[in-house]
Design a protein around this ligand. Structure first.
Ligand SMILES: Nc1nc2c(ncn2[C@@H]2O[C@H](COP(=O)(O)OP(=O)(O)OP(=O)(O)O)[C@@H](O)[C@H]2O)c(=O)[nH]1
Ligand SMILES: [Mg+2]
Length: 186
């Protein structure tokens, strides 16, 4: 750590760093969400399907997030578990208009929740019921029922309806995550 870093840390100017995993099926909108959380001048105009994973950064009022934006494609999903240990929070994104694959999203969530590196930790999970702008989208309450979120008793979780293209619902989610992380550390 450099002298400047240390000084700004001591003065409380430096934001706490948090490692977050962004998970969910391909095409659910993970990269679009993370991109929208960056300052306008750092946002990419061209979002393409993620290959493997990509490391992104964004800040909230008091935290500095490093996000592992994982690919949701079937062939890359086995990469997710290698990053569970270092994750301090999870953002799980669902395409609310993709009724057909909701059951696959649930399977992936259940596998995640039962993983030894996750199962016994009080890691906060923020769900985005994304693509709310689409006509076929079901409500966040319905998404929560389809994924049986009420069964998650040992971890703090929260679900937000979002439209990542317009950026709606994202701030509410990040505010919740920030609160959880700060409460856990104090
Ligand atoms: N209508 C609508 N489209 C969205 C929304 N969020 C993302 N998209 C679109 O959905 C497509 C997939 O978005 P990505 O952000 O690449 O999805 P991803 O989850 O990162 O996908 P992988 O990287 O393949 O796992 C893109 O065409 C986005 O523009 C949303 O809220 N509403
Ligand atoms: Mg992506």
């Amino acid at each position: 750590m450099g002298l400047l870093d240390r000084l700004s840390g001591l003065l409380g100017l430096k934001k706490k760093e948090v490692h977050v995993l962004c998970l969910g099926l391909d095409n659910s909108g993970k990269t679009t969400i993370i991109n929208k959380l960056k300052p306008a001048n750092a946002q990419s105009q061209d979002i393409v399907p993620t290959i493997g994973f990509s490391i992104e950064k964004f800040k909230s009022s008091s935290l500095s997030f490093t996000v592992f934006d994982m690919s949701g494609q079937g062939r890359y999903r086995n990469l997710w578990e290698h990053y569970y240990k270092d994750g301090q929070a999870i953002i799980f994104v669902i395409d609310s208009s993709d009724r057909l694959r909701m059951v696959v999203a649930k399977e992936e969530l259940d596998t995640l929740l039962n993983h030894p590196d996750i199962k016994h930790r009080r890691i906060p999970i923020l769900f985005f019921a994304n693509k709310m702008d689409l006509r076929d989208a079901v409500t966040s309450v319905k998404v929560s029922q389809l994924l049986c979120l009420e069964n998650i008793k040992d971890k703090p979780w929260h679900i937000c309806a979002s439209d990542a293209i317009k950026g709606e619902g994202l701030q509410e989610g990040v505010d919740w995550l920030q609160d959880q992380i700060q409460t856990a550390k104090t």
